[in-house]
Design a binder for this molecule. Sequence first.
Ligand code: NAG
Ligand code: NAG
Ligand code: NAG
Ligand code: NAG
Ligand code: NAG
Ligand code: NAG
Ligand code: NAG
Ligand code: NAG
Length: 905
Amino acid sequence: MFQLIAGVFLASLAHAQHITNLINVTVPGKLPSQAHLDLLDAGIIGDPLYGFNEWNQFWVERSNWTYTSGPILGLNHGLGVESWLVFEGLDTFCEIKLCNHTVANVANQFRKYTFEVTDILPKCSGDLVLSLNFGSAPAIVLDIAATVGPEFQGRVYMRKEENDLGWDWSPQFAPAGPWRPAYVVQRAKKDPIFITNTAIDIFRQGQMPNLPPDQSKPFVFNASIDFFGIMPQGAEMHLRLVDSAGKTVKDTKLTDVYQSSETVTGSTIIYEDVDLWWPSGYGDQNLYTATVSVISDEFNKPAIVTRRVGFRTIVLNLEPVTEAQKAAGVGPGANWNFQINGHEMYAKGSNFIPPDVFWARINETTIRELFELAVVGRQNMLRVWSSGAYLPDWAYDLADEMGLLLWSEFQFSVAYFPTLPEFLAEYEAEVYYNSRRVNHHPSLALWAGGNELEYYIVLYYLDANPIRADYEKIFQEVIIKCVYANTHSISYIPSSTYHGYLSLDFDSVRPQVSRYLNTSGPDALYYDTDFYNYDGAQAFNYSSYPVGRFADEFGFPSMPSVHSWRDTIPEEALYLDSPYILHHNRHLGSGDTVMEQSAAGLAQVTDAVKYWYPLPDMKDQVANFSAWSWTTQVFQADYYASQIAFYRRGSGLSNRQLGSLYWQLNDVWVGPTWSSVEHSLRQKVVYYVAKDIYNPIIVHPFYDVDNNTLEIWVVSDLWDITSGEVTLKWMDWQGKTLDITSPAAVDSSNGQPLNVPFDIMPINATCVVRYPNLTSLFSNSTPASNALLSLSVKAGSHTHSSYFHPESLAGSAIQDPGLTLTVRSGSGGYSDVTQFKVTATKAVAAWVWLDHPSTVRGYFSQNGFWLDKGESRIVDFIVWDDFTQTGAWVDDVAVRSIWNNTLSE
Ligand SMILES: *[C@@H]1O[C@H](CO)[C@@H](O)[C@H](O)[C@H]1NC(C)=O
Ligand SMILES: *[C@@H]1O[C@H](CO)[C@@H](O)[C@H](O)[C@H]1NC(C)=O
Ligand SMILES: *[C@@H]1O[C@H](CO)[C@@H](O)[C@H](O)[C@H]1NC(C)=O
Ligand SMILES: *[C@@H]1O[C@H](CO)[C@@H](O)[C@H](O)[C@H]1NC(C)=O
Ligand SMILES: *[C@@H]1O[C@H](CO)[C@@H](O)[C@H](O)[C@H]1NC(C)=O
Ligand SMILES: *[C@@H]1O[C@H](CO)[C@@H](O)[C@H](O)[C@H]1NC(C)=O
Ligand SMILES: *[C@@H]1O[C@H](CO)[C@@H](O)[C@H](O)[C@H]1NC(C)=O
Ligand SMILES: *[C@@H]1O[C@H](CO)[C@@H](O)[C@H](O)[C@H]1NC(C)=O
């Protein structure tokens, strides 16, 4: 989002003429770009994500790459003209030269750089050529580590996306290049100032970050503009606020104008009626266009900046549990929950990682599709994990429109970072720039200092220790100060995992004093949870799950689909432990070699399947591989549903649990990862199952293996008291009703569907039925292996259903459901939505899965569900891209269920 200001000349550097590594390659270059992408376009390297190409292409990240422009034409060489180079993003270690004069050396991927080059231009003999010489990040960080000290890992010495050096879901490419746009900007006398950044802050009068504001107060609109050029004394600032229908809501001069040599700030109070912005599921995403102008008699025109804004308050409330809350059953400790416009909300969502290993090739289409999947999947919040890269403004714009809250983080991940003065200066500049840049977006929900930082301190460095001192310096003094200087509206926490603060004092050099493990008693709860357990045998054991107030990470890896593998490894490598698959797996176990470690990591995934499901054993190698891959997805989905239901039930227990963000929404490539959506955006089973369990009202069976008790709970995250009815029906796999005694408390009609009415309070949970001794329900004539409990709930317009099977599916008497699939409409046409009808003609069908070919991109309205015997389901497929162009892809849609695992072909 760059404003073109009348009077200021902006030459977009549309192309780099070429890029070269000075040793053996020179190819045409683009801008923005990264070296791998230009080498790929030139045919020098193959698809970096294919097969073992990551290893074959290490020479690219070990080279220096110089991007050289063509002659820059059309500049004003007149007297008194000021000139700047503007870079929206350079990745990362870069020497900038203009006609062979060094302009600067930079080392931060996350900053926007502007350099005045007014003095260099006249010295230029010959062509005006820009050259950007990028060093090899992996080589440079090792050099720095060698001089500064070995106690830091090399990657903490770069202000660069950390997964560029690999992660447990990411290959390593360490790309280099001008990854975001660049410009030449010129300003003649009487031209207005050139605006480089803005911080628009909309908050309730009196609001301070991290604290719930008084909702009866009017909104304050504060606009702060960073610029270059000379601001005349006495310049005025104006605001025009226009609603989405084009009506001007306010047109006013800003007051309390304060200016320095680089920034001008003013504010006004919005007494006018404005419609609030709400996240998806809670109301409309009302947006306004704010035009801020700076006017002076000395300018020939105003300097103007336009931002789309919204009116809302969002607070991460970490304040102590109040007496009123305690009276309502909330256990002691502190809150850990989001409040939108003064309402506590249940955060439902997932963790967003970079959409690709090369950010420079990502455009709005990909992000829009990902966000669409999240919103359609009933998610209202994404945690934008660090250490990827800060999202561009256009991504926040999409989230504003779609109602997705973005928990945002500074780029520091699970390590300890240097506090050398030059590094602190980089953090400060980066945080200042990014927190100002995105503050106006209503989707911005939170700033966290980084990923799992406190977790690391609490685990290893809690004793007085320089590492803890460095952590507190960076995240509780330097970064927090930059955030609080720029926002009244956004809460800050030092780390994604956080036990909260003992005190909050905005006047202190350390405004938040961390609580760490200083609890007021054994029952007091303060923290969010971040939980992984790779022992599949424990997956459905509730006593293995963490009890906290919010779950910001949890998950388990699964395989991508065979379709995606086909695009990325050879056909003959399509078997579970092929070297190609082991190479694409980064979830490692123990072993002597990397390949052994990968095999051990992957074995955790396949072992989990072995505990719980019938195992595919097909004659055809690829069909068998495909069935196994899918079954790992079923386990992942089953496990996530169980955890999400458990966390959501906590909203009605003393831990008052108010958020579940699973790990992870998306993928950077094709590999066995925790993702719910593959790199191509094809959805895994867990995507649909999470959508189902994120229904506002759910009915869910909780079988406690420790005490053999089955409880049926209803959970609601609605803000109203809701009444409804749960229907329970025991049946066998043939669909025949079973005469199973219902618990005495609710027993009225053995063998008949049982209807249990309930009332549920806002964001709460209630147990509707309890079977205190589950195994006592079964006998030789009614074995647990052939018993199913069908559950459904109806509450107003909300419905949800689920099944409980007392035996694992591996030990259950699964029957052939006789699935049929027909195309209902759109067949052969060009419609954006095609309907399928799937029916279980012979028996109950578990984990019904519709599978589409790679000749189409899009998503189903539902998938991965169960069907009663005789039940039909209409499923929509929303088409993004039909590569057959005729709708012929529908002929290749297949259906399966867990029953297919028992077939030999
Ligand atoms: C460039 O040199 C590196 C080694 O220095 C080599 O691995 C690579 O294949 C070469 N690339 C080309 C295109 O010749
Ligand atoms: C890359 O550039 C640095 C200096 O910027 C130099 O020390 C190094 O030798 C260069 N590396 C290669 C592979 O050319
Ligand atoms: C660029 O400047 C360096 C010294 O700073 C000089 O050695 C080199 O020849 C110059 N290159 C060109 C193309 O002028
Ligand atoms: C949840 O609902 C129960 C009644 O079912 C009520 O006693 C309790 O106070 C509610 N919890 C909260 C936090 O409001
Ligand atoms: C965005 O990127 C995708 C994938 O590279 C490409 O197919 C599409 O054409 C691009 N869209 C736009 C609007 O540039
Ligand atoms: C079984 O344990 C769960 C906690 O995991 C508890 O909610 C339930 O009340 C227990 N049931 C019995 C009968 O003890
Ligand atoms: C549960 O029921 C079984 C079978 O009826 C019985 O043997 C067992 O003692 C019961 N357990 C409890 C804790 O009541
Ligand atoms: C699943 O099995 C049924 C036969 O029971 C078959 O028609 C169907 O094609 C199978 N699905 C897949 C994906 O193999």
